[in-house]
Write a protein that binds this ligand. Structure first.
Ligand SMILES: *Cc1c(COP(=O)(O)O)cnc(C)c1O
Length: 423
């Protein structure tokens, strides 16, 4: 049992991660003496901050395979990045949208701003194609755009949470502006077939946005190889600080045209007007350092987490002989995020189990929706029955997770599940 005052074992690394000590170290000078405003052009305080921000952009661009540092726009997190990508692309590219006057990313394109058979020319509302298992930070902006007249197509997934590229291709029409498909699902670990979707988006000449908040630093990710035009990611999911994220905005599209995006905010013109506001230099530096570390250590860490994940499951199964344990999401392997588990124990509903496990910090669904009694929309989209959804426990292992923690957690979970089943 939990010692008095001891902290629960943290098993919720998809909700957020602690700041890596090396990241904090990199941030400290920018929180202390180097406090300048990166937009101050008249003195060295500003110049130093500007150089630090630009170097951070370079490191982040390198982490995702972007061609140029200017393709990175800092935001407050993946939620804002998703909103900028979806609402910004809709406003700039939908018929009658404000795009022409709005902010333009990667302005050095060929300057051709419309295309034959383009959404703005075609009949019907501009369309956005997305997937049922997306994070609320994608689905909610889509719902808001639908109220503004967008036609939003939400594609289904199979029982493992995978979207079919053929369904994506079939959903794209003359009026399609953008396809938004996440890289990795933080609830069931599903990795979507990004390369195939990227090929389809390029062939059909629509924008491809990817919410990669759970993917950067965890799986190999290269925006150019995958044909991604817009990519959202966030520092606090990869052992960086909370309050900063980025949107990658491709400068040169395959068709030679520039990618147009309207800003959400209007202000002092920072980041070429696309996302104005004073840049938080310490957060930019920390984000870049965190992404750099996560990518450098990724292969070994992914292997370690995969082994710990296997250990967790085998320990749990060994401690509950004869008890059916459901695995939600894809089998461990190339289609699943390392370190992610989503399990259901026969006869042990999650809402009865969790209060008995105060010594473990885990969740029943996405952190954003687990406060509501609604059954997980992700597991619903997988077609699971209500009882199975009510059993589902989401565990995420992370950088600080030790073998001892995994053994203790699996045994404690088995112990309380057994008691619950007997009682
Ligand atoms: C956490 C998360 C978000 C939200 O990111 P914030 O930086 O907290 O705004 C969006 N999408 C996915 C897939 C996430 O996991």
């Amino acid at each position: 049992m939990q010692r008095a005052g001891a902290r629960p074992i943290y098993l919720d690394y998809h909700a957020t991660t602690p700041l890596d000590a090396r990241v904090l170290e990199a941030m400290l000078p920018w929180l202390r003496e180097d406090f300048g405003n990166a937009s101050s052009q008249t003195h060295s305080y500003g110049w130093r901050a500007e150089a630090a921000v630009e170097e951070s952009r370079e490191r982040l661009a390198a982490a995702i395979g972007a061609a140029e540092p200017e393709e990175i726009v800092f935001t407050s997190g993946a939620t804002e990045s998703n909103n900028l990508a979806l609402c910004g692309a809709f406003a700039a590219n939908a018929r009658g949208g404000a795009g022409g006057a709005g902010g333009v990313a990667g302005g050095a394109g060929q300057g051709v701003s419309s295309k034959s058979g383009a959404p703005e020319g075609a009949g019907g509302a501009a369309q956005i194609v997305t997937v049922a298992t997306e994070h609320p930070a994608v689905l909610e902006p889509c719902a808001a755009l639908a109220k503004q007249g967008a036609a939003v197509t939400v594609l289904p997934v199979n029982s493992e949470g995978l979207v079919s590229p053929a369904d994506v291709a079939a959903a794209i029409g003359e009026a399609t502006v953008l396809v938004s498909v996440m890289a990795a699902n933080g609830e069931i670990g599903t990795l979507q077939p990004l390369a195939e979707i990227g090929r389809i988006a390029a062939e059909r000449d629509v924008l491809f946005h990817c919410d990669a908040a759970q993917a950067v630093g965890k799986i190999p990710l290269d925006v150019q190889a995958l044909g991604i035009d817009l990519l959202s990611f966030s520092a606090h999911k990869l052992y960086g600080p909370k309050g900063i994220g980025a949107l990658y905005i491709r400068r040169r599209r395959r068709n030679g045209r520039r990618l147009r995006l309207a800003p959400l905010l209007h202000g002092g013109g920072q980041q070429r007007g696309l996302r104005p506001g004073t840049l938080p230099t310490p957060l930019c530096v920390g984000f870049a350092r965190a992404a750099e570390l996560a990518c450098a250590e990724r292969p070994a860490e992914a292997q370690r987490l995969t082994e710990l994940r296997t250990l967790f499951e085998s320990t749990l199964r060994a401690a509950l002989p004869g008890v059916q344990i459901e695995r939600n999401g894809p089998p461990p392997g190339p289609q699943r995020l390392p370190g992610n588990l989503n399990l259901g124990i026969e006869g042990a509903p999650a809402d009865a189990l969790l209060p008995r496990l105060k010594d473990l910090a885990l969740s029943t669904g996405s952190a954003c929706s687990s406060a509501t009694p609604e059954p997980s929309p992700v597991l619903q989209a997988c077609g699971h029955p209500k009882e199975r959804i009510h059993r589902a426990l989401r565990l995420a292992l992370g950088r600080p997770t030790t073998e001892q923690e995994v053994l203790t957690a699996a045994q404690r979970l088995a112990e309380e599940a057994a008691k619950l089943r007997e009682g």
